[in-house]
Ligand binder design. Structure first.
Ligand code: GTP
Length: 396
């Protein structure tokens, strides 16, 4: 635990999708602020979390997993990560240790995608390598060759093996980071955990439940927009209306489910998470709307609260992270996705999009208007719903 003069600085959590960046952020904060799921590309926008560790203030930026983008959303996600890295005092480059099959010890090697991303980090950047998920390896000696292989790729300020899930080694990495932050007065109060408004997390917690409840392309085709967030001053029930945007009628039918059961489940679980965050009772109402191809449209991304990928860092041609990636990353803006474009072998996973464009024929759950479904997400308690106006009017 660092002592002495106050330190404060920005720390970017960077890495491929699914390596455990959000889990580490939550472990550092001691609170499940960021959403976590086994589905790659869960995090879509950089999330800032603040933690105080001894005399040091760590302003942690959890970034979307770096991948080969195929849509405007994918580009926006990569840009968010790139900007976080550029503005950071310290980069925590996170990788996951490979799953060791059976008893056969083999020499684990760095993932090719990690090699690509590391090569694009500026040499002067302070980079701490985090080897996550060490709980998956019984024989910890296997880590040594892996650490040594990574050490050949660039100079790391430190290499820290840990398990973010088991919170094993987290204090150690915070110590290492704190040591390299500049001396500066703290910018945030001890109770402050994030600069994101509560409504941002309300949308995230709805999306988290969709990620947990649905499979294949559905989670990636969903965006959640908060239409109304009313938090009465002086206490009382917080009222939230949110719309889940999907791309296809079949996805809408899946999200709503038979008898709106799925939507109710998503709403009930999300409401619990939001209530935990705001410390008050929440009345959450959900709608589902079809917004075809929202991920491919800059305008719709902006409307849904995702940053415009085409006007920001990508347009300035920054090379911090992506010098080795395929052309489509620096391609001029456009909403077209060329799925047949030849891929260079950069080792990065492609953005998750649907492979099968066929619609399910399960459109029976759609309302006659075809575009909106009102789900009263309150569960059986039925205690906080009476005050609401008719959903369809509120959402026009
Ligand atoms: N076994 C094990 N699993 C972990 C550990 N840390 C994270 N996970 C799991 O890995 C999955 C992905 O974790 P996230 O924290 O969402 O990963 P991420 O890097 O933020 O993912 P993206 O949002 O896709 O960039 C989840 O199922 C986590 O529970 C760990 O230390 N050990």
């Amino acid at each position: 635990m660092p002592e002495g003069p106050q330190r404060s600085g920005r720390v970017a959590l960077l890495g491929r999708p699914n390596v455990g960046k959000s889990t580490l952020l939550n472990a550092a904060l001691g609170h499940p602020l960021a959403i976590v799921s086994p589905t790659p590309q869960t995090t879509r926008d950089a999330i800032l979390g603040v933690t105080h560790h001894g005399s040091a203030e760590l302003i942690l930026l959890d970034t979307p997993g770096l991948h080969r983008p195929l849509t405007e959303l994918g580009r926006a996600m990569n840009d968010a990560a790139r900007e976080a890295a550029r503005s950071a005092d310290v980069v925590l480059f996170m990788v996951e240790v490979p799953q060791v099959q059976g008893d056969k010890p083999r020499l684990p090697r760095p993932h090719p995608g990690d090699v690509t991303l590391l090569a694009d980090l500026a040499p002067e950047t302070i980079v701490i390598l985090v080897l996550n998920k060490i709980d998956r390896i019984h024989d910890k000696r296997l880590l040594l060759p892996l650490m040594s292989a990574f050490g050949q790729l660039r100079e790391f300020t430190a290499i820290v093996p840990l398990s973010a899930l088991k919170k094993d080694g987290v204090a150690h990495v915070l110590d290492e980071v704190a040591r390299h932050l500049p001396e500066a007065p703290w910018q945030h109060g001890a109770e402050e955990m994030t600069d994101r408004p509560t409504r941002f997390f309300a949308a995230e917690y709805v999306r988290e439940q969709i990620l947990r409840a649905t499979k294949a392309e559905v989670p990636h085709a969903c965006a959640v927009h908060i239409d109304r967030f009313f938090e009465p001053a002086g206490g009382g029930v917080v009222h939230i209306d949110a719309t889940i945007h999907v791309e296809r009628p079949g996805q809408k039918a899946i999200i709503i489910g038979a008898g709106a059961e799925m939507l109710k489940r998503i709403g009930t679980q999300a409401r619990g998470r939001i209530e935990e965050l705001v410390g008050r009772q929440v009345n959450l109402k959900l709608w589902v709307r079809i917004s075809p191809d929202w991920r491919k449209s800059s305008r719709e991304l902006q409307q849904l609260g995702y940053r415009d990928a085409t006007g920001g860092a990508s347009a300035t041609g920054g090379t911090l992270l992506f010098a080795n990636l395929p052309d489509d990353i620096e391609a001029p803006q456009g909403d077209e996705v060329d799925l047949d474009a030849p891929e260079e072998d950069d080792g990065l996973e492609s953005e998750q999009i649907e492979i099968d464009e066929d619609e399910t024929d399960d459109d029976s759950a759609l309302s006659p208007q075809g575009d909106e479904a009102d789900a009263d997400s309150d569960d059986e308690s039925g205690d906080s719903d009476e005050a609401d106006e008719p959903a369809a009017e509120e959402n026009q």
